[in-house]
Ligand binder design. Sequence first.
Ligand SMILES: NC(=O)c1ccc[n+]([C@@H]2O[C@H](COP(=O)([O-])OP(=O)(O)OC[C@H]3O[C@@H](n4cnc5c(N)ncnc54)[C@H](O)[C@@H]3O)[C@@H](O)[C@H]2O)c1
Length: 362
Amino acid sequence: MFNTETRIGVCGAGAMGAGIAQVAAQAGHNVVVLDRDDAALARGRESLQKGAAALLKRGKIDAAEADALVSRVSWTLDVGALAGAGLVIEAIVEDAAIKHALYVQLESVMDSSAVLATNTSSLSVSSLAEGLARPPQFLGLHFFNPAPIMKLVEVVSGVDSDPAIAAAARALMQRWGKVAVNARDVPGFIVNRVARPFYGEGWRALEEDAGDAATLDFLYRDLAGFRMGPLELGDLIGHDINSAAAQSIFDAYDGRTRFAPSPAQARLVAAGRLGRKSGRGVYDYSDDAEKPAPNFVETDRQSAPGMLAVGPDTAALQSLLKAAGIQFEMKQHIEPGFAEIDNVVVGFCDGRSAGALAAAFQ
Ligand SMILES: NC(=O)c1ccc[n+]([C@@H]2O[C@H](COP(=O)([O-])OP(=O)(O)OC[C@H]3O[C@@H](n4cnc5c(N)ncnc54)[C@H](O)[C@@H]3O)[C@@H](O)[C@H]2O)c1
């Protein structure tokens, strides 16, 4: 259904549209990018040029290919220029009414066999398809920011999306070097749904004074292995965007508490502390601001505890310890769920608070 000859239309020359245009052009397609704003088109073009220059600098492409990449993309204010596109990916403002108005215009110029996809993050694909002339030819292609770097694309089928078109779109995304996954049309799809508790717990821990922001981000980042902690990531994304997404997913799931937005984050937004883009969010980004340090006690190897002892029936734990090269001994009297380090008893997390665990131990 799609091949390199397929002309790709992209609506919106913003952060996502410009990135998606680069991805398609890198895969060899001719691309037309539509925006309603000339300045946005100029910014999009500049972003594509920077993207091509970065690929050239990293040795991924040569100078001729960098020029060809840029010249494969044209920029327009005229919807009519999207005639002849086999696939149009819409990445305009996240507003259902504005998207709908554009779809009506698009349908009047697109071929009857062409496919229309939305990059929406939070709107229902099925409800965006309502009123379209050809709902089976409409689906979600949800790229992540920045599109040229982030590998994942969620292929979101609405109620009426044609499974054969979803399969073809998925294969196309794979040819574009992406990891494409099928997602159902549920609020947040996959990623934004599973990410909500990540942010939410970070904020709740801050609100409940479990630690200061720098310490909590440090725990997520340096100890749990996330690329960034939830608070600093919110500063990067913008708390206005992040808390609006939290609110919309919370509402869409009828107020399930695990999706509850954070009042502390809402206060930041109300105060205009949106994150890096406004110079201040959870952290202060002004030039003279001191970077807060995480609050923890570093153990040095010399004073590290001596001997670890585990109880019987801990085969899985013992094999992990062996694999990590950690010495231990086995003591019959140690109860399940506990270990000893020198003379200190350590209880394993099992969902109870440390206080409840200690009480159960006594
Ligand atoms: N920013 C992200 O991290 C991200 C990630 C995934 C998906 N998305 C989704 O992608 C879409 C675009 O987001 P973005 O961050 O690129 O927004 P953006 O604000 O950077 O860009 C949107 C562009 O659309 C243009 N536009 C608005 N109405 C238009 C119309 N009627 N016709 C043509 N152009 C129009 C605007 O001029 C602007 O240039 C949204 O649906 C958003 O939910 C965003």
